[in-house]
Design a protein around this ligand. Structure first.
Ligand code: ADP
Length: 435
């Protein structure tokens, strides 16, 4: 028991003892006892009144008191001070957070679990034309009226950022990133990437223009070299250099063609009118025919195609991606090995194009990078076999434009499997009914 309580009990005891003594002396024990208890009660009521009055007055200093009531006043005072301090700290944190988000060039919106706006910073008002008085509490889709954005929210997959045109200025591009936090709340971060997009466009245009300009002189050089090679007046000492120059000319032409193809894939925007139902069976057979001629029967080519499975796609791009996989399989596999091509519909309804080889394979650490431009696991082998280092970058872009995924499984020294996985809504049965 605390010292204060002992004091209080001793006070009560002293009062009772005194009242009994006086009561015996005057022959009125009961009345004296009642008087003593009333005195004690009056003290408690008085101290409660002081406590109440102090809390109401919001004075800093608590009233002075002795014993248990002094302890109660002090404890209350300490509690108040602690609360005041933590309130001050919280207010400072909120102020600093507001100041830092206000200074941030990126727009920030706090959304609740049904994507209604609860809070925004100043940059958000500038980037998407948000008016706090009007828009706070509204659904964010009322502010950013883009079908792509609405679809992005409905998917629930917020790992990827989304690029959209600004709702208030068509010339500006915004990157949106949604970060879930706390109890089903979201932070929508909006960044203006107009400059970056313009720089990328400039780079693409530059590469496309430079490739285009280089093409004509190269055609002239290749023409003269062909003429020299086919004429009789070339001495034997010139035959090897000329044939080497022809090979380098071919390499440069392939490189320019791939660069142009890549820049076209990056620049052109596709829409549904570019796509139609492709007879993939026929397409693979045509690619096979060309590849066989190029390979001169050095490999065993095995094919397993579901002729009923057709695909809504851009045929030219599909041709380019599929033949890239097949030529890679030939170039990275020793003679006499088997290359298997499969085209089928998976159990989940997706269309799969798969090329499996028994070639050199790829170490795991390289696989995430092989779709980057000019990334080669073995540069000299790639160059020797006529690789441009751009084949899989083209494949990646084609697949992206078709909403498809690239899967790679490989074991060094044993071979590789490259797989295109097309979404089920692109699959069409030969009868013409969508699958
Ligand atoms: P490249 O023209 O050099 O073949 P790609 O973009 O087509 O360029 O491929 C990138 C790299 O990926 C290649 O340099 C090669 O190292 C590796 N690669 C691609 N396909 C295969 C394969 N079937 N087997 C082994 N390695 C491969």
């Amino acid at each position: 028991m605390s010292r204060n309580w002992i004091g209080e009990i001793m006070l009560l005891g002293a009062l009772l003892f005194g009242s009994v003594l006086f009561g015996v002396f005057f022959g009125q024990v009961a009345w004296f006892l009642v008087f003593a208890l009333a005195l004690f009660l009056a003290r408690w009521v008085w101290q409660m009144y002081r406590l109440d009055e102090w809390l109401d007055s919001r004075r800093r200093q608590p009233p002075e008191a002795w014993g248990i009531w002094g302890h109660v006043f002090d404890e209350y005072h300490q509690l108040q001070r602690r609360q005041y301090k933590s309130k001050k700290r919280l207010a400072r944190v909120i102020r600093e957070f507001r100041e830092s988000t206000t200074a941030m060039p990126d727009g920030t919106l706090v959304l609740d679990d049904s994507f209604h706006i609860s809070w925004c910073n100043e940059a958000a008002t500038r980037l998407v034309g948000l008016v706090p008085r009007r828009d706070l509490g509204q659904a964010v889709t009322n502010l950013i009226r883009s079908p792509v954005f609405a679809k992005f929210l409905s998917t629930g997959d917020f790992n990827q950022a989304l690029e959209i045109r600004s709702p208030i200025d068509d010339a500006r591009t915004l990157m949106l990133r949604l970060v879930p936090y706390g109890n089903h709340q979201y932070l929508l971060i909006i960044r203006d990437i107009t400059r970056l997009v313009r720089l990328q466009a400039m780079r693409r245009d530059f590469v496309a223009n430079a490739s285009h300009e280089l093409r004509s002189p190269l055609t002239v050089l290749a023409g003269y070299l062909d003429m020299l090679a086919s004429g009789n007046e070339l001495g034997p000492e010139w035959q090897k250099p000329v044939s080497e120059m022809q090979a380098q000319c071919r390499r440069m032409t392939n490189l320019l063609n791939d660069l142009l193809e890549l820049s076209r894939l990056e620049t052109d925007e596709t829409d549904a009118s570019d796509e139609y139902v492709v007879d993939v069976d026929g397409l693979i057979r045509r690619i096979f025919h060309d590849v066989r001629a190029m390979d001169e029967d050095k490999h065993v080519l095995d094919v397993d195609i579901d002729p009923d499975c057709q695909l809504r796609a851009i045929e030219g791009e599909l041709h380019s991606a599929m033949s890239n996989l097949l030529t890679n399989a030939l170039r990275y596999s020793p003679e006499g090995t088997t290359i298997t091509v499969r085209w089928f519909k998976s159990d989940s309804g997706m269309a799969i194009f798969e090329v499996t080889d028994q070639g050199v394979g790829i170490e795991k650490k390289h696989i995430p990078f092989i779709t980057q431009r000019f990334y080669r696991v073995d540069s000299s082998h790639s160059r020797k076999t006529g690789g441009t280092g751009l084949g899989l970058a083209i494949v990646k872009h084609v697949l992206k434009r078709h909403g498809a995924q690239l899967e790679v499984e490989s074991e060094p020294g044993e071979g590789s499997t490259f797989r295109f996985v097309f979404p089920a809504d692109r699959v069409v049965r030969r009868s013409g009914l969508p699958d």
